[in-house]
Design a protein around this ligand. Structure first.
Ligand code: NAD
Length: 527
C-alpha cells in the first residue's frame, strides 16, 4: 500500500498489476497528526461513480421541486444533528477555528438551502416569451436538469464550497459526483455520508476521493457539467480537458481582492474590516482582502488602527482565539516567497512576517506590510495567507486605477461614509462582487449571485442564476391554431415576397412604425 501525503506534493499511481492501491493521508495541520486514510481513486472508480449517479439521475429528475427541497431539508436536519462532528472534521483538516467552521461554512450552507427551498422554484418555472411576428404560436422557455454534475472543490472551505454546488445542482434536478480536495477528503466524505444516511434517494451524491488525476478523470468522465472551485492554474487545466468533450464548466477561481479606503471613510470600522477580511481563515479565502489602497489623508490613522488590531489578535486552537493555523504546507512557502520578494523591493513589515516560532504545525503570524507597489508579487499574485499589504494613494481615482490593475476580479470593497459615492465607485471596480463598507460577506447572501470576472472565473453560484447554471434551457414553440398551412410553406405563394417586403417596411422603418404605434415625433421647425 502506498500512502500519499498531499502536503508533500508526492504523487503516485495505483499499481494495477500487484492489485495494490494508493491511499491519501489526511493530516491535522495544527499538529501534524495523521487523521486517516482515504483511497486515491482510479479513473475506473470515477467512471463507476458517474455510472451510478447517471442511474439515479433519471429518477431524481422526475421528483418535483418541492419534494427535492424536502429531501435536502432532511439532509440539513441530519447536519444539525451532527453539528459537533461536522465542526470537528472541518477544524481537524483545515486548522481553522470552530467559530469559523460554524459561521462561514455550516451556517452559510444551511442558509443557502433555506434560500433555495423557499425561493428557488420560480427560477425553474417555464417562462412565456413573446413570439413576435409569429403571434399564432406560443413561445416558451423551460429549464431541465442537465443530468450528472461533477463538483471539484478546494481545501480552504471544504464544507461550504462542496455543499453549495452539490445542493444547487440537486435542487435543479441533477445528481452529483464530488471530488473533494485531497487535503480535506474527510469533510468531503462526511457530506457524502449525510446524503447516504438521509436515505430515500440512493446515489444522488457520490464522493470520489483522490488528487489531481482523480479530478481530471471526473472532468473526462462524460458528466454533463463540471463545477470547479480552485486555483486559476488548475481551472485552466480543467477547462482544457473539458474542451475535449465540450463539457461545460463553471469556474470559481482565485482572487486578489482590493479594498479602497476613501478620505471620508469611518477609519475605525475600515481598519477592523481590513483586519478581519485579511486574517479570517488565516487569509486562505478567495475573497480575502489582499490589497488595500488608502487615500493619503487618512493613511497614517488607518495603518495605525490596523497594526493595533493585528497585534491584539489571539492565534491558537479552540475557543478564546481569533485565528487558527494555516492548512496546506506549500501555501506557507508562497507566503514566505511573497514577503521575501516584497522586502527585497523595499517593503516594510510592521508586524508579523514569519512562522510562529517554536510551534509545530502550520502557524504563520498575521502580518501587515507597507511601502508596497505593484512590481511586488505581494500586490500582483494571490498570496492566500495572513498578510495585509497597505498602499498610500493620492485619491480615489488612483485607488480605482490600481484596484483594477489586476488579472483577478473576484470580490472587492469600497469604504466611504457617502453611500451614493460608494455605490458609484462600486460600479467602476472590475470585479464580480463589491461590498460597500464591508468585506467578503456578500457570499453569505445566498440570493446574490457570486462569481468572478477576468481570471477569477466563469459563471455564477448562488441566487436564481446559480440554479440556472445547473439547468438546460430549452426553447419550445407551439403552433396554436392548426391551420392547414403556414404562409411560407411550399408551394411558395406568389404574393409572399411582396407581403414580406411590405411588412418589413411597416414594422421596422422607424418613422412608420412609430406612427403605427401612435408615437408622433414633434416636427422640426424649418426656417
Ligand atoms: P487547486 O486548484 O490546487 O485544487 C482544487 C481542486 O482541483 C482539488 O480538489 C484538486 O485535487 C483538483 N485538481 C487538481 N488538479 C486537477 C486537474 N488537473 N483536473 C481536475 N481537478 C484537479 O486549488 P486549492 O489549492 O485546493 O484551493 C485554493 C485555490 O482555490 C485558491 O486559488 C483560491 O482562491 C481558490 N478558491 C476560489 C474560490 C471561489 O469561489 N472563487 C473559493 C475558494 C477557493
Amino acid at each position: 500500500m502506498a500512502v500519499i501525503d498531499p502536503g508533500s506534493r508526492t504523487t503516485g499511481g495505483a499499481d494495477a498489476s500487484s492489485g495494490e492501491r494508493d491511499f491519501i493521508a489526511a493530516t491535522d495541520p495544527r499538529t501534524g497528526e495523521r487523521l486517516g486514510l482515504v483511497p486515491d481513486m482510479t479513473p475506473g472508480e470515477v467512471q463507476a461513480a458517474v455510472a451510478e449517479a447517471r442511474i439515479a439521475a433519471s429518477a431524481w429528475a422526475g421528483v418535483p421541486y418541492r419534494a427535492r427541497a424536502e429531501h435536502i431539508l432532511r439532509v440539513r436536519d441530519l447536519l444539525l444533528d451532527r453539528l459537533d462532528e461536522a465542526i470537528e472534521t472541518i477544524c481537524a483538516e483545515t486548522g481553522k477555528l470552530g467559530v469559523e467552521a460554524l459561521t462561514n461554512e455550516l451556517l452559510t450552507a444551511c442558509e443557502t438551502i433555506e434560500f433555495y427551498a423557499r425561493k428557488g422554484e420560480k427560477a425553474l418555472r417555464p417562462e412565456r416569451v413573446s413570439a413576435g411576428l409569429m403571434g399564432h404560436k406560443k413561445a416558451l422557455r423551460v429549464f431541465e436538469p442537465l443530468g450528472v454534475v461533477g463538483v471539484i472543490s478546494p481545501w480552504n472551505y471544504p464544507f461550504i464550497l462542496t455543499m453549495t454546488p452539490v445542493i444547487t445542482a440537486l435542487f435543479a434536478g441533477n445528481t452529483v459526483v464530488v471530488k473533494p480536495s485531497e487535503v480535506t477528503p474527510l469533510t468531503g466524505r462526511f457530506i457524502g455520508e449525510l446524503f447516504e444516511d438521509a436515505g430515500g434517494h440512493p446515489g444522488i451524491v457520490r464522493v470520489v476521493t483522490g488528487g489531481g488525476a482523480t479530478g481530471e478523470a471526473l472532468v473526462r468522465s462524460g458528466v454533463d457539467k463540471i463545477c470547479f472551485t480552485g486555483s486559476v492554474r488548475t481551472g485552466q487545466r480543467v477547462m482544457a480537458a473539458a474542451a475535449d468533450t465540450l463539457t461545460p464548466v463553471l469556474l470559481e477561481l482565485g482572487g486578489k481582492d482590493p479594498m479602497i479606503v476613501c478620505a471620508d471613510a469611518d477609519i475605525e470600522r475600515a481598519a477592523s474590516g481590513a483586519v478581519w477580511g485579511a486574517f479570517q481563515n488565516s487569509g486562505q479565502t478567495c475573497m480575502s482582502v489582499e490589497r488595500v489602497y488608502v487615500v493619503d489623508e487618512v493613511y497614517d490613522a488607518f495603518v495605525d488602527g490596523v497594526v493595533r488590531r493585528t497585534e491584539a489578535l489571539r492565534q491558537g486552537m479552540g475557543r478564546g482565539h481569533d485565528i487558527g493555523s494555516m492548512t496546506f504546507p506549500p501555501q506557507l512557502d508562497v507566503v514566505a516567497d511573497h514577503l521575501d520578494d516584497a522586502v527585497r523591493r523595499g517593503a516594510r513589515i510592521l508586524t508579523g512576517g514569519k512562522r510562529v516560532p517554536g510551534r509545530p504545525g502550520l502557524w504563520f503570524e498575521p502580518t501587515v506590510v507597507v511601502d508596497v507597489d505593484h512590481r511586488m508579487k505581494l500586490l500582483s499574485e494571490e498570496t492566500f495567507g495572513p498578510v495585509l499589504p497597505i498602499m498610500a494613494v493620492a485619491d480615489e481615482e488612483e485607488a480605482l486605477r490600481l484596484a483594477n490593475d489586476s488579472d483577478y476580479g473576484l470580490n472587492s470593497s469600497v469604504w466611504t461614509r457617502d453611500l451614493s459615492r460608494g455605490r458609484a465607485l462600486a460600479t467602476r471596480v472590475h470585479a464580480g462582487n463589491v461590498c460597500v463598507n464591508d468585506v467578503i460577506v456578500s457570499y453569505g447572501v445566498p440570493g446574490l449571485p457570486f462569481g468572478g470576472t477576468k481570471t477569477s472565473g466563469i459563471g455564477r453560484v448562488h441566487g436564481l442564476d446559480g440554479l440556472r447554471e445547473f439547468s438546460q434551457s430549452k426553447s419550445i414553440l407551439v403552433d396554436r391554431f392548426g391551420l392547414a398551412r403556414e404562409a411560407w410553406w411550399y408551394p411558395v405563394p406568389g404574393p409572399l415576397e411582396g407581403l414580406a417586403a411590405r411588412t418589413m417596411q411597416l414594422r421596422y422603418r422607424r418613422g412608420l412604425a412609430n406612427k403605427a404605434r401612435g408615437i408622433v415625433r414633434p416636427r422640426r421647425r424649418t426656417r
